[in-house]
Design a protein around this ligand. Structure first.
Ligand SMILES: Cc1cc2nc3c(=O)[nH]c(=O)nc-3n(C[C@H](O)[C@H](O)[C@H](O)COP(=O)(O)OP(=O)(O)OC[C@H]3O[C@@H](n4cnc5c(N)ncnc54)[C@H](O)[C@@H]3O)c2cc1C
Length: 370
């Protein structure tokens, strides 16, 4: 086993593996999935994320995603349309994550699939328990296992974790497909919001977040939630008329820890670097979670190669992105409250530039980008 282990081969883990391997280091990525999988995500690849992929040597244009340059903000029967100040890409995580992991392997990283990191302990030196392989003792661990805690590596509480996410792909009718082409629809509804956009192959991704209590009120399942959403939003209802669901059942996620930012403490292990959602989780309507994951990977590579400590890396990362995550949390709370939601919508209707401004507040800050 390599002296450097990366737990999790999602976008953050694969990117850090590619960066370290390109610098000539011996690294192994451990990914529990045996092959490409669907993931719950709105699948909007922001320009910052595209930039980071380019710097890794991966051209996002090669992924043949769907170009998105317009935003439709939808509330009930009303909507505001505005040009985005950038072009995003709709690309499924099944394609994207696999491309980054394959790229890491081309850069020289070893990729071990189908094994799960069960637990990590640091007492008596770094030790990792792996399914089917027993214990390994690498010199360093880059922890990139996503949103949820890993045994032995608890990380404090998020500002909220009462949220439930769903994602479903649809094949739309040609008329609806033409209506959605080039756009991301951000749909505000009571107790939540949804993103709707096309990805490669012109599949439509409907990804939504709601409060657990609302889900229970809607009968506790996707069907009840979706029919309530369609009843509240004629635009979405129109787009989904005649659409065919492409997954047997939606992907779901519980307890999304929005607002979480890892704060280093003096008792931290100097050998463990946290990346991506293990380091910070931004509300998903911003479409910038993958950019944060890629930023954390680029920063971790730069700090590690410069011989900086894990704690110095965590401090820099938290300084880079805490403001962005806080502002996204405030916008999220705004959007959840009926009165402020209405006020924000009214303002954006008068000045659509409000939307571009709000979007700019939730990006990885320019001065932090590597
Ligand atoms: C509802 C929703 C919508 C979103 N929409 C967007 C969007 O449109 N645009 C955007 O930029 N961001 C979006 N995000 C955020 C984005 O999905 C995350 O920020 C991003 O996936 C973080 O990448 P990661 O590599 O840290 O984690 P992940 O992508 O979750 O990758 C973690 C990897 O680790 C593997 N793994 C997990 N546990 C283990 C283990 N024990 N052992 C081995 N392997 C393991 C997993 O299989 C996975 O491949 C959204 C998030 C949510 C919840």
């Amino acid at each position: 086993m390599s002296p450097i282990v990366i737990a999790g081969g999602g976008i953050a883990g694969a990117a850090v593996a590619a960066g370290l391997a390109r610098a000539g280091l011996d690294v192994t990525v451990i990914e529990r999935e045996t092959g490409p999988t669907d993931k719950i995500c709105g699948e909007f690849l922001s320009p910052e994320a595209q930039d980071y992929l380019g710097k890794l040597g991966l051209d996002p244009a090669d992924l043949r995603g769907h170009q998105i340059s317009e935003l439709a903000l939808v509330r009930g029967g009303d909507q505001i349309r505005t040009k985005l100040p950038f072009t995003g890409i709709g690309i499924s995580r099944r394609i994207l994550d696999e491309a980054v992991l394959t790229h890491a392997a081309h850069c020289g990283a070893h990729v071990l699939r189908g094994h799960r990191v069960i637990s990590v302990s640091t007492e008596g030196g770094l030790a990792i328990d792996l399914s089917g392989m027993g214990q390994i003792r690498p010199r360093n661990l880059f922890l990139a296992t996503g949103k949820h805690e890993l045994r032995g590596q608890s990380r404090g509480t998020a500002s909220r974790n009462d949220l439930v996410g769903f994602k479903m792909y649809f094949r739309l009718t040609p008329t609806s497909e033409a209506m959605l082409a080039g756009k991301i629809a951000l749909v505000l509804f009571r107790h939540g919001y949804a993103g709707f956009q096309l990805v490669e192959g012109r599949k439509a991704n409907l990804c939504l977040l709601t409060q657990r209590a609302h889900l229970q009120n809607m009968g506790g399942d996707w069907r009840g939630l979706l029919s309530d959403l369609l009843a509240q939003n004629p635009y979405l209802g129109q787009l989904l008329t005649g659409a065919a669901a492409l997954l047997e059942r939606p992907l779901t996620i519980y307890r999304v820890p929005y607002g979480y930012v890892y704060r280093p403490s003096p008792s931290d292990s100097a050998q463990i670097f946290r990346l991506g959602d293990q380091a910070a989780v931004i509300p998903s309507f911003t479409g910038d979670g993958m950019a944060i994951a890629l930023h954390s990977a680029a920063l971790a590579v730069s700090c590690f190669l410069a011989g900086e400590t894990a704690s110095a890396y965590h401090q820099r990362l938290s300084a880079d992105i805490s403001g962005q995550i806080k502002r996204a949390g405030q916008l999220y709370s705004f959007a959840q409250n009926g009165i402020t939601q209405m006020a924000f919508f009214g303002l954006a209707k008068l000045w659509p530039a409000t939307l571009s401004f709000a979007a700019s507040l939730t990006r990885v800050p320019l001065q932090a980008r590597l």
